[in-house]
Design a protein around this ligand. Sequence first.
Ligand code: FES
Length: 103
Amino acid sequence: MTWHHVADTADLAGCEVIGREAGGRRIALYRLDDGYFATSDLCTHGNALLSGGAVVEGYIECPAHFGLFAIRTGKAGGAPVTRDLQTFPVRVAEGRIEVEIEG
Ligand code: FES
């Protein structure tokens, strides 16, 4: 497992989700009231990037078919999404946001 610097806190100052690449993976990075979180950016239902969706009360809403995933746990929120998202540990130090990814 390796920590990857994926963004700075300033990158999320004006928004709640951005997309990044790290360790060969597409990552969605979120800013919520209680901190920063990371999930796979690719929806488990189809070929859509969640970083293009909307954050609604702790959930990310997929822009393609409006499936919901709990951002903190990756848990699928019901039809049409049934498979959970992968989540990644996040740490923040001196304005740097790092995500731990295999490899
Ligand atoms: S691709 Fe995300 S809900 Fe269908």
